[in-house]
Design a protein around this ligand. Structure first.
Ligand code: NAP
Length: 634
């Protein structure tokens, strides 16, 4: 059963005698919304003119159209049916200005002969039937209206209208993979009317969306397709389509077919992990075709997408406002009940921020892997390590730390599952993109590359096995291997502060380079829930200054860095002598040492550059910015 519920304002239009009033009244009654007859809102001067059989001019109609526009605005969100002739397109434009997306136009279409016959049988109407002809001459048939033939009885016409309105989906999702399915269910659970589509590949991918719809009761009201044109037809205008397919060639293939089927004003939302520079290109491509493209990062994995992800949209702001309610409703909510979804900025800034989110995630995961490996090296069991991490949760709570406790405790029969898993870490490319971006941007965000390269190194399993056999490792006594638990905890916290400092510095720098004006505290806020790097630390970052990355020089982090500096040094020294691979812990310490050296070693680099390449150098104490060159040898 389709529920007769709409919050739209419905304009029923057509020439006099098309049955607007009786159909409008019946429609309003069935939808349980107010009925408004536009003729009741003419200024007296217009009524007098019409009664005298004098046609209204465009100027006469202006105050009337403005009255109706205001009435429509008053009915936004509660719904209403307004009957109105609105024969010219410019009248309809005036009526619907600024509220186009909340309005549905119904055009009651009938032949001159049929309507003329009906008009002749009418009494007490302001307009003489003889003026009908001029109405037909004036009529500019609407393009975006739902067209209904008036030959049927009013009850049938109203049923058809309700079906048309109710059947149109508010938003569509393309790609019924892991994430597309979860997002679709999330939209449906939030009472949005959704259309689902997955490509049809004969013998391989058939009825994917239809089978999926049938598997979940919350998708009762959803419409499922494996025919793209039918999917597009099922969407209300402007069409809003979330594309949740693999990044790269797949998204371009989908965009190509969408460009053939969508119309100006429609909005495409790429919610996959696309590269932000590709998003910039696609925004331009769609803009050239009169369409809007919103690139949005979505974090939280399958579960997050279903229960509330963190969402990072960017692109044209006005287009974003048309899809804002969908994204905000399905997003996770922060501690104050606000959606973990914010407009990040222009161009592909949303996908950029998601890429850095993933980069920070790489380093956070690597740090936990290193802490686990250090504790394991001391002979601790998985359960004992889980106990330690569980204890850390009390004041260093994070999603990744929490799932690590679960992973450590997970058994497969009698053995711990973790011990059976191959030590080769895969990746899907966002860490590589983040690392390339770091190199391009000139920001010394060293922990993300360190985490990426640790994954790469892990992949050389055979080579590692050979090297392990070839290069002996000196076994230390358990006392020598021991790292104090509190020291390790402090080293972990120290490294996380550096990791977040680097990540936010990178966002700030690239945002400045592109003039995106990304609000750092808003980014931290939308990362407090619904995403993989959510943590208590992130919550505290969300309350800080929006323009500057505050981490290094603000309390409490500055004091924590000072206090735990010795601990991380001890941890790193111990693990260097123990020959453990701890690149992220080392890199955090290295970076800290690099950033706090006021007088560094780069003077020699500059001298060398000038020596072999005449690249020039600046002199200490010379504020003029003057470049010097020396002839270093004869
Ligand atoms: P997935 O399960 O592999 O699903 C991919 C979807 O894309 C499938 O519906 C697939 O259709 C469709 N597709 C692939 N190539 C296509 C083409 N050429 N034309 C049309 N459709 C095509 O992937 P996913 O995990 O949902 O990820 C989707 C996007 O979200 C990716 O960009 C991913 O990086 C991002 N993401 C994933 C996660 C996660 O935890 N999984 C988290 C955040 C973001 P068929 O079934 O017909 O092949």
């Amino acid at each position: 059963m389709i529920k007769n519920k709409t919050s739209k304002v419905i304009f029923v239009m057509g020439v006099s005698g098309a049955g607007k009033t009786s159909i409008g009244q019946l429609l309003a009654k069935n939808l349980h919304v107010d009925f408004i007859d536009a003729d009741d809102h003419h200024p007296t001067s217009n009524i007098e003119k019409m009664s005298a059989g004098i046609p209204l001019t465009d100027e006469d109609r202006l105050p009337w159209l403005d009255n109706l526009h205001q009435i429509a605005k008053n009915h936004l969100n509660i719904g209403g049916v307004i009957t109105c002739s609105a024969l010219k397109e410019k009248y309809r434009d005036r009526l619907s200005r600024s509220i186009q997306d909340e309005i549905v136009w119904i055009y009651l279409k009938g032949s001159y002969d049929l309507i003329y016959k009906r008009m002749q049988n009418r009494n007490h109407h302001f307009m003489d039937a003889a003026m009908l002809k001029s109405q037909f001459e004036t009529l500019e048939e609407p393009k975006d209206a739902i067209e209904i033939d008036i030959v049927d009885a009013p009850e049938i016409i109203v049923e058809k209208i309700i079906n048309e309105i109710m059947m149109k989906a508010e938003i569509g999702v393309i790609g019924m993979g892991v994430m597309g399915k979860s997002l679709s269910r999330n939209l449906a659970r939030n009472d949005f009317k959704v259309a689902l589509y997955n490509r049809h590949v004969v013998g391989k991918e058939e009825n994917i969306a239809i089978d999926f719809k049938q598997a979940y009761p919350e998708l009762n009201q959803a419409q499922a397709f494996d025919d793209l044109q039918k999917f597009i037809q099922a969407l209300e205008r402007p069409r809003k389509v979330i594309v949740m397919v693999n990044a790269g060639a797949a998204i371009d293939a989908v965009l190509k077919s969408l460009l053939e089927n969508l119309e100006a004003g429609d909005i495409v939302i790429d919610a996959g992990n696309s590269h932000y520079k590709e998003t910039n290109r696609r925004i331009q491509l769609l803009q050239d075709n009169g369409l809007y493209f919103i690139g949005t990062g979505v974090s939280g994995g399958e579960k997050g997408a279903l229960e509330g992800p963190s969402i990072m949209p960017s692109g044209d702001k006005l287009a974003y406002q048309k899809i804002q309610k969908y994204l905000e409703n399905i997003a996770a909510k922060d501690d104050n009940g606000r959606p973990c979804c914010t407009y990040v900025g222009e161009q592909g800034s949303g996908h950029f921020v998601k890429m850095i989110h993933n980069g920070i995630e790489y380093a956070e995961m690597q740090l936990l892997a290193e802490c686990n490996s250090i504790l394991k090296h001391q002979g601790l069991s998985n359960e004992a390590i889980a106990d330690i991490f569980e204890d850390w949760m009390k004041d260093l709570g994070s999603y990744l730390l929490g799932i690590t406790v679960d992973i450590l405790r997970k058994k497969d029969g009698d053995v711990y599952l973790l011990d059976r898993i191959m030590d080769k870490a895969a990746n899907k490319g966002t860490g590589k993109w983040a690392t390339s971006c770091i190199a391009e941007s000139g920001v010394a965000a060293t922990m993300i590359p360190a985490a990426l390269f640790a994954r790469y190194l892990s992949f050389f399993k055979e080579q590692r096995q050979m090297a392990a056999a070839h290069f002996s490792i000196q076994n230390k006594s358990s006392e020598e291997r021991k790292v104090a638990k509190e020291e390790l905890k402090n080293a972990y916290q120290f490294s996380r502060i550096i990791n977040h400092h680097q990540g936010f510095s990178l966002i700030k720098s690239v945002s400045d380079q592109n003039e995106w004006k990304v609000n750092l505290s808003e980014i931290a806020r939308i990362w407090t829930e619904g995403c993989i790097i959510k943590s208590d630390f992130m919550k505290s970052l969300a309350n800080t200054s929006k323009d500057e990355n505050p981490i290094l020089f603000s309390e409490p982090w500055s004091s924590i860095l000072k206090k735990s500096h010795k601990d991380i040094q001890n941890v790193v020294i111990k693990n260097v002598t123990n020959q453990l691979h701890v690149p992220c812990l080392m890199e955090a310490l290295n970076y800290f040492h690099g950033i706090k050296i006021a007088d560094g070693s780069a003077n020699l680099i500059q001298a060398q550059r000038d020596y072999f390449g005449a690249h020039t150098y600046q002199l200490k104490g010379d504020e003029s910015g003057k470049k010097y060159h020396t002839k270093w040898s004869d």
